[in-house]
Design a protein around this ligand. Structure first.
Ligand code: BES
Ligand code: MN
Ligand code: ZN
Length: 507
């Protein structure tokens, strides 16, 4: 979907050429004398239209209006949540129509235009996304262009640019997450990353089984050993700041299919385990956004990618393997494989001397039980990193919730046969998984996002959500603001002055 931003008023909207005008009307709407205002005022007065979020009223060939279709769209108090509902309802109503271009008018919404623009663009992207890669015919969806009408184009440009970049990243993440496992093998996922390597400031390195063996990644290799598809370790680097600046690291779980291995999963809904690489997809999507926004930051993305399969060569319950960190692990359940590929990735990223490391993983069914599809689980060993992620979750409306990491939760991981077991009891399964990971994250500020409940939807609307790309992008963009610019620091050190908050512009 293409987006355009344009300065428009209710008056100028009437002469705007397009197939449909979608006019968002808040509850404090002040009508003017133009045909659209008159229609809205009349409909509100008669009770035929209420400007509650998502309420719609359509008109055809309205006198004085150039566009064929007009739709009044209620948006209540204009909150981001209501803008999302309103845009979703309006575009939903256009589904299956022959509308190719639409104007989405936000000019009647008061303050917080940046938030409204962002929310509207993302909601359009959401409504406009269709998966088609493995369908023989591409879908009949026609709406290909949305013009956002605002009161002051210049004031909304920054938010608009950011939001459009975010939609590209969300689409990229969804595309790879939705692909079936036979169309998204570890090698194909590496190919997707390679493709991103063609974008400005992104370099990609792919490691195969030999290199991974040399690194001593015994835990990662144990998961992959039952699969015919060879593993890949994908390393992406975005360099937007001087190379001397420590990078922010993202690690994405990239299990391209999780059968459970020898501890095999039940057949029902096992197909959904093609989504077990949604963490990896969110890292790829985030890099797609970085390439577009070019923030002054260094970011490393690491994706351990493999299948988890049962086989004559597969790892068995009770096997003990040696992780890259040197810690030995008793694999009591081969279905707790995510933490095994992630623990070696956590050790691997020590070499980057990272500012912070965030891993993103569809890690536990227990997290789905705890938080459902509303919030991702957030775990962290660092207060300021946890706060930065919680703030990003609020600003992006890609919500997460902090979970505990008390040492007592690690009790169940003790075993007589290795340094640590890969599972504990049934209780607090999302926390014990995080406690396992924490053992491998002692060298840097670390956070873990369990996205098992939020990364995809089941049922008739089965498909990837693109989460938590929006959260990760806001988190990283926030780091641009808080990182003292390299040049500024050296000057301050020389002059002996105390660092002050310098005005910085959002990238
Ligand atoms: N990929 C799954 C987690 C998962 C399950 C995500 C259901 C979404 C929905 C993970 O690899 C897994 O199988 N975890 C096990 C861990 C258990 C064996 C300790 C689980 O959650 O059942
Ligand atoms: Mn599993
Ligand atoms: Zn898994």
């Amino acid at each position: 979907m293409d987006f355009e931003l344009k300065t428009l008023t209710l008056g100028s909207l009437c002469t705007e050429k397009s197939d449909a005008l979608l006019v968002l009307l808040p509850q404090d709407f002040h009508p003017g004398g133009d045909p659209l205002s008159l229609m809205a005022a009349g409909a509100l007065k008669s009770g035929d239209f209420e400007n509650k979020p998502g309420r719609l009223l359509g008109a055809y060939r309205l006198p004085g209006v150039k566009a064929g279709r007009v739709m009044l769209v209620g948006v209540g108090d204009g909150s981001t949540k209501n803008v999302r509902t309103a845009v979703g309802a309006a575009l939903g109503a256009l589904k299956g129509s022959n509308v190719q271009t639409a104007v989405l008018f936000l000019g009647a919404l008061g303050d917080a235009m940046a938030d409204s623009v962002r929310t509207a663009v993302v909601a359009c992207g959401e409504a406009g996304y269709t998966y088609s890669t493995t369908k023989s015919k591409s879908s009949p969806e026609k709406l290909g262009r949305v013009v956002l009408g605002v009161g002051d184009e210049a004031a909304a440009t920054a938010a608009f640019t950011k939001a459009v970049a975010l939609v590209r990243g969300l689409d990229f993440a969804k595309e790879w997450a939705n692909r079936p496992a036979n169309h998204a093998t570890p090698a194909q996922l590496a190919g997707a990353a390679k493709g991103l390597g063609k974008l400005p400031r992104i370099k990609v390195e792919i490691l195969g089984p030999k290199e991974v063996e040399k690194l001593g990644m015994g835990a990662f290799m144990a998961v992959a050993q039952g699969a015919a598809e060879p593993l890949r370790l994908i390393v992406l680097r975005y360099t937007g700041a001087p190379r001397t600046e420590a990078p922010h690291v993202l690690i994405g779980k990239g299990i391209t299919f999780d059968t459970g291995g020898i501890s095999i999963k039940p057949a029902a809904e096992m197909d959904e385990m093609k989504f077990d690489m949604c963490g990896a997809a969110s890292v790829l999507g985030t890099f797609r956004v970085l390439a577009e926004l070019q923030p002054r930051l260094n970011v490393v993305g690491v994706i351990p990618a493999c299948e988890n399969m049962p086989d004559g060569r597969a790892v068995k319950p009770g096997d003990v393997v040696t992780s890259m960190s040197g810690q030995t692990i008793e694999i009591l359940n081969t279905d707790a494989e995510g933490r095994l590929v992630l623990c070696d990735a956590l050790t691997y990223v020590e070499r980057f001397k990272p500012k912070a490391v965030v891993d993103i993983a569809t890690l536990t069914g227990a997290c789905v039980v705890a938080l459902g599809g509303v919030r991702s689980g957030l775990f962290s060993n660092d207060e300021s990193l946890a706060r930065a992620l919680a703030d990003a979750s609020a600003s992006s409306q890609d919500l997460c919730w902090r979970m505990p990491l008390d040492e007592d939760y690690a009790e169940g991981l003790k075993t007589n046969f290795a340094d640590v077991a890969n599972i504990a009891g049934r209780a607090a399964g999302a926390v014990t998984a995080a406690k396992f990971l924490q053992r491998f994250a002692s060298k840097f500020p670390w956070a873990h996002l369990d996205i098992a409940g939020t990364a995809w939807k089941s049922g008739s609307s089965k498909g990837a959500t693109g989460r938590p790309v929006a959260l990760l992008v806001d988190y990283l963009m926030g780091q641009v603001l808080t990182d003292t610019p390299f040049e500024a620091t050296s000057k301050l050190v020389k002059s002996g002055k105390k660092p002050q908050a310098t005005p910085k512009t959002r990238a």
